[in-house]
Design a protein around this ligand. Structure first.
Ligand code: ADP
Ligand code: ZN
Ligand code: ZN
Length: 661
């Protein structure tokens, strides 16, 4: 009887051996139903062997081959193996994270095919490419084999149109295309745009908002080559596609490409590795590339393709003006000139957007008499005031309580919300402009895709005068009648403890500014700030990402931050901080750092959110100017960490290339 070496979905760095009946269908890449303890589990056959280190009588026997699908292909395993190795995760975990949940459950599934969707739209319209777009398409389409392109184009420069042309070329060559996009369940227009352009081409969407059955169906269609276009979030980067010819990563700088649980991978980085494996081109698109990507493009590792003009010739980049909040009296947090600008838009029947990246009514409720403030009992964070449903909510652990009528400590009835969030601005604007139709868009008002689509439809129908919202509004929406963007409360990110905060703020503001003046009407962006001369705002007013990227990269080079150094983070959490810190110190004591001259291991410290869900959290940073050195060290250290005694409810994980510090 042959021995099947299988990968199981367990946090263990080993494969498991089973005896298995000989069967012509038995090949690497099939899924097997296996006895595991008292339960049954699905494992993926990684290797067929004739001998095992385990005594034959102790080997259990596989129950059956679970598959009606072809075996998972070698490239799938090579991608998972790379991911597991790079991110210091068990192969079993990588493989199982790469599969849709439905395929990890015992069940004799029936094969189904995707029906072509019915799209009730008109004939596809293909605009004539601008010369910049045509140039970009030409350059990328000429690529042979693996090459990474950075398509850097200002908002509205027509990057999507470039993608569509590249997709068209690939489809004509009989190849499949994988397009990764952030939060596609919230940006339905991308799907609509692609499907309208290619009404006869089977397209599937892959994201976590789908039901298990729908996700499995889409995954199968991609794997079997029936779907020719896959549009998906980070999880779709692993989807096997037999004819894959091109990968596109839209908004490549977006944080949602980073997986934050289990194996903590960057889907953008894995996509690049996947393109290398498949010897195909990959396009990273952004108006504000991540500094890592930008540095690669500057140094010629990625090919830089630039779109500097807006695609619609009448659409100009908006005028950005700073409103110095030190010099005026704010009313409900708004400058008089911003209020005046809103009034003018209302008179002209144009739309405005107020951007404030903080949902809720106010970030905290406080008692002026005794200094009580609304803390979360489980996290090191404040409870946010949500007046709409009279709740205090923790945005980290979702704890919620009713807003108290009086101070819980001293009984004072005059407790007050401090600071402001979107709900408060919405209320203030509704009071200021009673005749205006004010709409709020954030994760509370647009919970589902349906609600979100309904809001978008109202905006397009002209039933909205003023939008108040978080970054949800910033992404990829075209509002032709939107001519004013007001930005409130942006300064806090300038001096945040996270040194990446300015990079993100710039990207967000650039994106949200890009919402103004996309069609014939000129746009204006007004930014309230106490630091109107800050380099970030100056670059933003000049629409000069490249200039600001230069400033930031120089700062990073001097400070020895990424991309000039490679980092990993070891994190531990435990019911008591001392236990988490002790584990990390123990880990450092056992690290064999002397063999790695470039390596630096920093002190264990509490995390910024030092308590989450009653677990105390600590971390330590490891870095090296050499990625290879960091990788070599992590691989050997991880083996040591596995053997460390773990007391109590301690949990730990390693994160490579962390984005949050
Ligand atoms: P980006 O993705 O760079 O923000 P889009 O691809 O969404 O830009 O294009 C912005 C707007 O310009 C869209 O309304 C799009 O339909 C339009 N557009 C893009 N390319 C062209 C073109 N070559 N001619 C006319 N309109 C175009
Ligand atoms: Zn009090
Ligand atoms: Zn909490």
């Amino acid at each position: 009887m042959p021995i099947a070496r299988v990968a199981l979905d367990l946090p263990l760095f080993r494969l498991f051996d089973y005896r298995v009946a000989d069967d012509p269908a038995l090949t690497v890449g099939v899924r097997l139903l296996l006895p595991f303890g008292k339960r049954e589990k699905i494992g993926v056959l990684v290797e067929l062997a004739t001998t095992s280190k385990i005594a034959p009588e102790q080997l259990k026997e596989a129950i059956r081959i679970e598959d009606d699908l072809p075996p998972l292909p070698p490239e799938f395993f090579r991608l998972c193996e790379f991911a597991a190795k790079y991110y210091q995760a068990p192969l079993g975990e990588a493989i199982h994270q790469a599969l849709p949940p439905a395929l990890k459950k015992p069940r004799a599934s029936i094969r189904r095919t995707v029906k072509k969707r019915e799209v009730a739209t008109q004939q596809p319209v293909k605009p004539l490419l601008t010369s910049e777009q045509a140039h970009a398409v030409g350059l990328i389409a000429d690529a042979c084999g693996f090459q990474t392109f950075l398509l850097y184009g200002v908002t509205g420069s027509g990057k999507t149109e470039v993608y569509l042309c590249l997709i068209e070329n690939m489809l004509a060559e009989g190849r499949q295309v994988l397009l990764l996009a952030p939060e596609i369940n919230l940006t339905p227009q991308l799907e609509t745009r692609i499907q309208t352009r290619f009404p006869d081409i089977p397209l599937v969407m892959l994201h976590s908002g789908l039901t298990e059955a729908a996700r499995e169906k889409a995954w199968r269609a991609a794997f079997l080559g029936e779907a020719r276009i896959v549009v998906g979030t980070r999880l779709s980067v692993f989807t096997p596609m037999p004819d894959l010819g091109l990968i596109i990563v839209d908004e490549e700088h977006d944080l949602s490409y980073k997986q934050q649980e289990g194996m903590r991978y960057s889907a953008r980085d894995l996509a690049i590795y996947r393109a290398r494996l498949g010897k195909i081109p990959i396009v990273l698109g952004s108006a504000t590339p991540s500094l890592e990507t930008w540095a690669h493009a500057r140094h010629g590792r990625y090919r830089l393709v630039t779109l500097l003009e807006r695609a619609v010739s009448s659409a100009r980049l908006p005028v950005v003006r700073m409103l110095d909040t030190r010099k005026v009296r704010l009313e409900e947090g708004l400058c008089p000139s911003l209020v005046e600008a809103l009034r003018i838009r209302l008179q002209k029947g144009e739309q405005s957007l107020i951007f404030l990246n903080r949902r809720g009514y106010a970030p905290v409720l406080a008692c002026p008499a005794c200094a009580w403030i609304s803390h979360c009992s489980r996290c090191a964070a404040n409870l946010v005031v949500h007046l709409e449903d009279k709740r205090l909510r923790c945005h980290h652990c979702a704890l919620e309580v009713l807003v108290p009528l009086a101070c819980p400590t001293c009984g004072n009835r005059d407790i007050q919300p401090f600071g402001r969030g979107t709900q408060r601005v919405e209320a203030a604007l509704a009071a200021q402009f009673p005749a205006a139709r004010v709409f709020r868009v954030d994760r509370d008002s647009a919970r589902s895709r349906k609600q979100w689509e309904a809001i978008l439809a109202r905006v397009h129908a002209g039933e909205v005068d003023i939008l108040v919202g978080t970054q949800m509004l910033a992404k990829g929406h075209d509002f032709p009648r939107l001519t004013l963007v007001g930005v409130v409360g942006a300064d806090s990110a300038l001096f945040a403890a996270d040194w990446r905060a300015p990079e993100r703020l710039f990207a967000q503001l650039m994106q949200v500014s890009g919402r103004a003046g996309r069609a014939e009407l000129p746009g204006e962006v007004l930014i309230q700030s106490e630091y109107p001369d800050h380099a970030l705002y100056r670059a933003l007013a000049a629409h000069d990402y490249a200039e600001y990227a230069k400033v930031l990269l120089e700062e990073r080079r001097q400070a020895g931050f990424p991309p000039y150094v490679y980092q990993a983070m070891l994190r531990a959490e435990a019911p008591r901080m001392e236990a988490a810190l002790a584990f990390l110190r123990d880990a450092v004591a056992r690290a064999n750092a002397r063999d790695y001259p470039g390596l630096a291991i920093f002190d264990a410290v509490p995390m910024r959110l030092s308590r989450l869900m009653n677990m105390e959290r600590a971390q330590l940073l490891i870095e090296s100017p050499s990625r290879a050195e960091l990788q070599a060290f992590l691989a050997s250290w991880r083996e040591v960490l596995e053997t460390l005694p773990q007391r109590g409810r301690l949990r730990w994980h390693l994160e490579v290339d962390p984005l949050e510090v």
